[in-house]
Design a protein around this ligand. Structure first.
Ligand SMILES: O=C[C@H](O)COP(=O)(O)O
Length: 239
């Protein structure tokens, strides 16, 4: 039996307190108003980190580095800045092109590999950009700690609109076979929890479903509680 963890993206310190109080598995510092992987200002990440350390309830903490083009120097600079705060998990998005993704990714991974020696990096691939699952092992080879799927365009349907269960299972299985932590996200709703838990990821990530007025609105504790209940109740028999 296994249950996925619950990642909740929070937009400010007050929301972080709510997520910590609920004991979510990963509190994800993200500014949804600035895009799919909008970043918190560095000084705010530092404040969050201090508070998280003080709280110490077992929740993990991640921070996104911002939405950036697939450019080695830009990604390395953003990752370095975020990793330097000491935040345990650093989430980096890869806006891969439809053609020539492997060649475009290679210099980015070369630039990020040294950062991955000292920080736990999570690669985020976008389900609405036809991600190539065969690239997953390259992240493991570069020293990444995990990979996750999310959606870049929050108006174009959720994760399961873009990838079917077989494709999601392939992603999770390949990642796990390479020792990577796996996460699934992308405009997820309560109805997605059971089918996605069946795919066996380490965690499911949410923002929009936690807010009464869309992902850029305020986090609603009641919605957070409902998602937490659904994720925690989503027991899956391992096969
Ligand atoms: O990392 C998870 C995300 O913040 C998901 O956001 P979303 O549920 O609004 O797509």
């Amino acid at each position: 039996m296994s249950t996925p963890g619950f990642l909740a993206s929070v937009a400010n310190l007050e929301e972080m307190e709510t997520a910590l109080a609920f004991g979510v598995d990963i509190v994800d510092l993200k500014n949804p108003a600035e895009g799919a992987l909008g970043a918190w200002p560095i000084a705010m990440i530092e404040l969050a980190l201090a508070r998280w350390r003080e709280h110490g309830n077992g929740s993990n903490l991640s921070a996104t580095v911002g939405d950036h083009p697939l450019d080695a120097a830009t990604l390395a600079q953003a990752a370095t800045r975020t990793a330097a705060t000491g935040v345990p998990l650093v989430k980096i998005g890869f806006a891969l092109p439809a053609q020539g993704a492997e060649a475009a990714l290679a210099p980015c991974l070369f630039a990020l590999a040294p950062i991955a020696r000292d920080a736990r990096l999570i690669a985020v691939l976008f389900a609405d950009q036809a991600p190539d699952t065969s690239l997953v092992p390259a992240f493991a080879a570069a020293g990444f700690a995990g990979v996750m799927l999310d959606t870049a365009d929050k108006t174009a349907g959720g994760l399961r609109h873009h990838l079917d269960a077989a494709a999601l299972a392939r992603f999770v299985d390949i990642a796990r076979a390479h020792g990577l932590m796996t996460g699934l996200a992308g405009a997820l709703k309560l109805a997605d929890v059971a089918p996605l838990a069946a795919v066996g990821p380490d965690y499911l990530g949410f923002r929009g479903a936690l807010c009464a007025e869309g992902r850029t609105g305020a986090l609603d504790p009641q919605r957070l509680a409902a998602v937490a209940r659904a994720v925690r109740g989503a027991h899956v028999v391992a096969v």
